[in-house]
Structures are given as C-alpha cells and as structure tokens.
Design a protein around this ligand. Sequence first.
Ligand code: SAM
Length: 361
Amino acid sequence: MVQPRRDMVLQGDCVEMMRQLDDASVDMIFADPPYNLQLGQSVLMRPDHSAVDGIDSGDTWDQFGSFEAYDHFTTAWLAEARRVLKPDGTIWVIGSYHNIFRVGTVMQNLGFWTLNDVIWLKSNPMPNFRGRRMTNAHETLIWASRDRKSRYTFNYQAMKTFNDDRQLRSDWWLPICSGNERLKHDGEKAHPTQKPEALLQRVILASTRPGDVVLDPFFGTGTTGVVAKRLRRHWIGVEADSDYVNLAEARIKSTRAIGDPDLLETPERRDEVKIPFGALLEQGLIQPGDELISEKGDYRAKVRVDGSLKAGQVSGSIHSLAAQLLGRQSCNGWTFWYTKKNRKAVLIDALRQEARTRLGL
Ligand SMILES: C[S@@+](CC[C@H](N)C(=O)[O-])C[C@H]1O[C@@H](n2cnc3c(N)ncnc32)[C@H](O)[C@@H]1O
C-alpha cells in the first residue's frame, strides 16, 4: 500500500480513499459527515418544513433513502476511519439530532470509546420559522478514542489556560461561520455547511500535538486543513465534490502556518519536571530573609534558609503556611505567594519558570 503524501486533498468517496491509507497512520480524525437531512424528501427541508438556506435539491450528498442506508454508509466509513487511526488516536464526529444518535451507536458498536459529547451552542442559530418546534440551537460532537485503553492526547492544561484557568467544559458557545470567514461564490454561500474555524481550533488544540496527522474524510471547504496548517499539524482531506476540493485547496494555500514553533508549545503541568521552592534559593532568585506577600497584601512571610516560610508564630512550606493562614486543608503556594522584583509584585510561579529555564529543563 502506497501512503499518499500528507497535507493534500484526496478527491473521491471517503471509504475508497481511506483504503489508500495505511493502518494506524493518523493521530486524529475530525468528521463532519452528511447529516442525512433529506431522508425521503426531494427538497432539503428543516423540521419545520422550510427550505434550508443555501442547500438546494442539487446538493445530493446529504440524501439517503432510508435509515438503513445511512447506517450502512456510517458503518462503512467509521470502520475505515478506525483502521487508519493509531491505537492512541481519537476521533471527533459532529452531527445534529438528525444523525448523531445513529452515529454514536455505530461508533460504540465498532469499539470506539466515548470520551465526551460536546455541545456546540450556537450563539446565532437560524430561527425556527414556523414555530412548531424549538429553535435548534446546537450541534453535538462525539469525541472518542480508538479503544477503551487508548492513551490518547488531551492537552488539559492548554485548554484550561485557553479558558482563563478554568477547566474547559463540554458546552462550547460559538457563533456559526459568517462574515469574512464564510466563503462566497457569486454572492451566495460557497458551501452550505462550512464550520467555523474557532470550532476546529478547539478540537485540534485539545487533542493533537504539533506535527500530528489530522484526517478529515468529509473535507468540504477544508476548514480542518486550514486550522491544522495554521497550528502546524499535518492534514489529509477527503472530499467527493471537485468544486469543494478546489475551494479547499485555494483556501489552504492562502493560509499561513504560525511562524515561531515556540508559540505552539502547550506544555502540560504534569509533563513538567518538578522544581522545589528550595531551587529558587539555590538559583539566587529568592534570598533567605526575603518577604513573600499574598496577592492583596493580607498575608506576609519571611523566607528561611531551608526554603520554609515563617509568619509570626506559624511556619511551614510555601503550601502548608498558606493553607494554615487561610484556614484551609491545602493551598498551592506557587500561585499564592508574590515577591518584589524591581518594585513589582511577581508570582513565585513565574520565578519557577525562570529556574527551569536556567536549569535547562
Ligand atoms: C457537512 S459537509 C463538511 C463541511 C466541512 N466541515 C467544512 O467546514 O466545510 C460534508 C462534506 O462531505 C462531502 N461528502 C459527502 N459524502 C461524501 C463521501 N462519501 N466521501 C467524501 N466526501 C463526501 C460533501 O461533498 C460535503 O462537502
């Protein structure tokens, strides 16, 4: 089997095209498959029977004759996807109520292990014109590893940092693709279901590392390729429609990768070598006798020669003293104590980073 080059679009049916890829050759898959919207209808309708904007009866890729036909297709492409995924790889599949439950069942039947279902809450959904149902304001992404035991990539710390130091939740509030990002052809949407780059940015940042290979078997306008290239991941797209292939290729060609690879580093705290507070004294970044203060200046302590702290009659490590002063079970001293450098308050955690750099860690 000849492995096609990376960073290219393969034109054709995704099941056929994935057969050209080696077993266990991709790190992550993002799939935005046909939603099966037109089941049994000659014109694409919303549940409220209004025509969906931008998709007309010429768009046949979203049409399936029956649920069985859709399940058959879903099983075929997901089986190939699982074959090409590395043992520790993950897959994201996005869908709506039309298809996502069927897709989820097939995924579990094939052995994928669900990690999260993420709800993309659309901040600007299309309204329900007839008022016979609720406005459908979300889509669902299923995130799954290839196997139950996969040691998959999740950049926990990066996503927490991205989210202002709070754990990233499974509900994502993002607008639909619009404005300059939305590709147009003769003033009309060039593709009916172009996904926002921000959505792909979260997916790729959360579950891949620079240099990983990302496969998208339903490439459309190439949103996955654009974001993967920008974040310096390799990508492979499969798309059946030649017009969309051309659109995607042009779009990716005009996308720039982030220039400085250092900017792509998203170190996980658990990967970092532990640095004790004493190392800051050894490195001369803190001196015995220096005063540490809490953020608002409510608590103060003196640094002893052994790296412990003393505040009046109480003493302990940077962590235990902070916990005692706050009357808590525990406290992370690295993010509690500040020191003065050039008359500015500096969190001691920042000094720890400096110590790491000095020690070449
Ligand atoms: C929901 S759209 C994907 C949109 C894409 N995420 C984007 O941001 O532009 C699905 C795409 O899959 C393509 N497609 C449908 N069936 C296919 C198949 N069997 N093999 C390859 N591509 C297919 C359609 O032409 C369509 O562009």
